[in-house]
Design a protein around this ligand. Structure first.
Ligand code: HEC
Ligand code: HEC
Length: 325
């Protein structure tokens, strides 16, 4: 009897020991060898006026860079200093800041290092960026557009300061290293190919990060852009992302192209207070600066999606989720 118990104990001890070794080996691998996306490309971006202008348009009105990397709150120290960053996010997985993307923050990056940061999510020093930074989607953009973003970033006036690196809790401090991947760029379709061009803009505009439900095993066609993610408005309320598939009642199936464009244009040149009063995280005022042609292409593409019958209550009567984003 005694020897059997001893045997079992010994097996358990070995199993536990092996488990600890495996966990340490995997953890060590993830910590030391990841992210692994290869060296930064050897690249020199020529800052032509056309590139700078294209980069400004993308960063300000399409891709939301300026939205995340500029403080809009007039009560804050570096408010309205374009690209100075410093927005502090506190989520259950840890604390992080929107980076300073003016020369004060990334002036020591080579063009190739910036290219890798934007498209693969790895800093100059090889650290994985927190994936709220949409590098997965920027990595699918046309390399020419990424170069335009770099040309534009170089024109920003130095401002603010360098912000602390994220302070992530276990296991997110390890998981974050597994996310960066080599970019898979796609060429930008010509605006005449309206639907393909609209699809390109929906990717660049990061619509999916907010409008496609997170963490779901459901098939792509039953969730893509069907809404339902909650965002804490930090005023006791939450807002839920809308269903923007062409379903006639749950989505925007009844919207005409003119109405779609006008909903964005109505938010042109709103003040900080007016934006705040809208109680939303939808970047209406950023997108309001998109051309009618680009907004029209987004509409045309959205019309081609499978309509998903999933009604969304945009302002649910629940208490704000603790620490949501
Ligand atoms: C949803 C918010 C968001 C959007 C949109 C966004 N970023 Fe970021 N970005 C971040 C955050 C947060 C970080 C810092 C992450 C970290 O330090 O781990 C970051 C990091 C960066 C960095 C790395 C800076 C450094 O110090 O290494 C660069 C460069 C950058 N962003 C540029 C851009 C550009 C250009 C765009 C638009 C194409 C963009 N970002 C869009 C939130 C955003
Ligand atoms: C930061 C998150 C976020 C991003 C990015 C975002 N949205 Fe939204 N969007 C929301 C939320 C939340 C709502 C619901 C509240 C509201 O109507 O303002 C919304 C509402 C909308 C509506 C209104 C739908 C209705 O039924 O009234 C449209 C249209 C829309 N988004 C389109 C887009 C498109 C197109 C993109 C990308 C180019 C995009 N959104 C990017 C969060 C986002």
């Amino acid at each position: 009897m005694k020897t059997v118990a001893k045997k079992i104990l010994r097996i358990l001890a070995w199993t536990f020991g092996i488990l600890v070794v495996v966990v340490l080996a995997v953890g060590g691998y993830v910590k030391i060898f990841l992210p692994s996306v290869g060296p930064a490309p050897d690249l020199k971006v020529e800052a032509t006026p056309a590139r700078i202008e294209r980069g400004r348009y993308l960063a300000t009105n399409v891709m939301g860079c300026v939205g995340c990397h500029t403080l809009n709150d007039p009560s804050k120290k570096y408010a309205r200093q374009t690209g100075a960053g410093g927005e502090r996010w506190e989520l259950p997985m840890g604390v992080f800041y929107s980076a300073n993307i003016t020369p004060t923050g990334v002036g020591d990056y080579t063009d190739g290092e910036l290219y890798r940061a934007l498209t693969c999510g790895v800093t100059k020093d090889g650290r994985a960026l927190f994936p709220i930074m949409p590098y997965d989607l920027i990595g699918q953009c046309d390399p020419e557009d990424v170069k335009s973003l770099i040309a534009y970033m170089r024109t920003l006036a130095p401002a603010g300061e360098k912000w602390p690196e994220p302070d992530l809790k276990f296991p997110f401090n390890l998981v974050v290293n597994t996310i960066p991947a080599r970019a898979q760029p796609k060429p930008k379709p010509s605006p005449e190919q309206e639907i393909a061009y609209g699809e390109y803009l929906v990717n660049a505009g990061v619509c999916t990060h907010c409008h496609t439900p997170r963490e779901t095993d459901l098939p792509h066609d039953s969730v893509f852009l069907a809404g339902g993610n909650d965002f804490d408005l930090h005023n006791g309320k939450i807002v839920r992302s809308a269903n923007i598939t062409p379903h006639p009642t749950s989505g925007i199936g009844k919207w005409t192209k003119e109405y779609f464009i006008s909903r964005f244009k109505a938010c042109d040149s709103l003040s900080y207070e007016q934006i705040k009063a809208m109680n939303t995280v939808m970047p209406w005022s950023i997108f309001s600066g998109m051309t009618d042609q680009d907004l029209g292409a987004i509409y045309a593409y959205l019309r081609t999606l499978p309509p998903v019958n999933k009604p969304i209550q945009k302002y649910p009567e629940v208490n704000a989720i603790a620490g949501g984003n």
